[in-house]
Design a protein around this ligand. Sequence first.
Ligand SMILES: O=c1ccn([C@H]2C[C@H](O)[C@@H](COP(=O)(O)OP(=O)(O)OP(=O)(O)O)O2)c(=O)[nH]1
Length: 514
Amino acid sequence: MKEAGQMQSLESAEARRSVSTQTGSMTGQIPRLSKVNLFTLLSLWMELFPAEAQRQKSQGSAEGSDGPINGRGEFSGVQSKSKQVKRTGLVVVKNMKIVGLHCSSEDLHAGQIAVIKHGSKLKNCDLYFSRKPCSACLKMIVNAGVNRISYWPADPEISLLTEASSSEDAKLDAKAVERLKSNSRAHVCVLLQPLVCYMVQFVEETSYKCDFIQKIAKILPDANIDFYSECKQERIKEYEMLFLVSNEDMHKQILMTMGLENLCENPYFSNLRQNMKDLVLLLATVASSVPNYKHFGFYCSNPEQINETHNQSLPQEIARHCMVQARLLAYRTEDHKTGVGAVIWAERKSKSCDGTGAMYFIGCGYNAFPVGSEYADFPHMDDKQKDREIRKFRYIIHAEQNALTFRCQEIKPEERTMIFVTKCPCDECVPLIKGAGIKQIYAGDVDVGKKKADISYMRFGELEGVSKFTWQLNPSGAYGLEQNEPGRREIKIIRKEKQKKKKIQRKEIRTILH
Ligand SMILES: O=c1ccn([C@H]2C[C@H](O)[C@@H](COP(=O)(O)OP(=O)(O)OP(=O)(O)O)O2)c(=O)[nH]1
């Protein structure tokens, strides 16, 4: 209870720090995602990590409609019926910082993976599960001395949503979990906070306006303007099926079997379901802001680099997945105008035991004022403010800088380490990223080449030795657009303009040097 109290007071302090906006949002306030909700959303998002699905797909292990791969070749969240094991996402948090993002694999549950990866370092950590863990995971986690275990209150890891014959084991497991819970020091709880006012509208507005959607709208002006809403509706349906229990009575049954009788009465039950629905809607909205649309993706603009294996990009599905994580992180920003999120992943040479293929988490961050500072300690204004002294730029720590500073793993030179940033890295961050040994950058390119009064984005375009994958229409042209299609024409024009700009820049440099 004490810990829950601490968390509440921390969150309400954060709510007080939300500041009035210059951008004229309808509320006059920029809402921020609470840390509790962010961790919860990331745990759901990890449940959807595509790497394992890909591996299984390539091994041809799809098992029809009940198997892990659904008709669209996507992970449906359900593993084989006989095993009754659901795929689970997990976020490990230490001192309010994310130190691990995991998801279950064919062989291991997310909780078991956390024990393998962190060992005794799990002591005093807070764990956020996308499903209530089973007894096999809980006994090890409790034994490691974790502080809190929070879980998404739908169908647990050992499914209670199955036929009576096989649910006997599931019920026994739920009982064992309750027994472990009552004898453990760790606080095992459902930790969903209602979203702050206007959060959903704010996320909708900013997702639609984000670079990725706007670039599609710009390059393919003839594209169905509703593609974003269509994509969002699809995501909402998909995630509701995965993360909510549609039948209220069945949901109550599950909650009762999981020891949550106190949540089965109204208004608690309806509040719980509403909070769950809001978070699912938010996740779907953010996910559709980096859409799987036509031939858009993260591509290298330099055609000479494309064929070198070192520079090869991740499968688009995984790149998009990591960028959505970065976009979720951006909703924690302390900059009331521009939110930026960054997440760093690395890839081992061989596949690992968890559900992320060979990938593992290095660190993440968002743009914020120095740790421990209070609202009004530092200036918040942008470069439209005449008085340079009260501009934010010299004080705010960038998303990439926080991700690098608070990383929980070393960056190894022999491994492919990748950073996903929601915005083009600025001139302060580019040399940091390169110097840290990061091999690939996935980003938008909206401000590339811009020099603003206090911040500039000149170095990203010129950066060498680090592969850059920006959000664009597949430049290989292998997507079969007609030559006279507007998208193709636009690309050619943009490329020519870029080349012209580069030529002018080079000329300018030469004149300065002489
Ligand atoms: O690599 C970067 C670059 C910037 N930022 C953050 C710092 C600052 O909080 C904000 C600056 O954003 P921008 O360049 O868009 O300036 P603005 O004044 O916020 O907006 P604009 O000039 O586009 O109106 O983004 C990062 O986190 N990483």
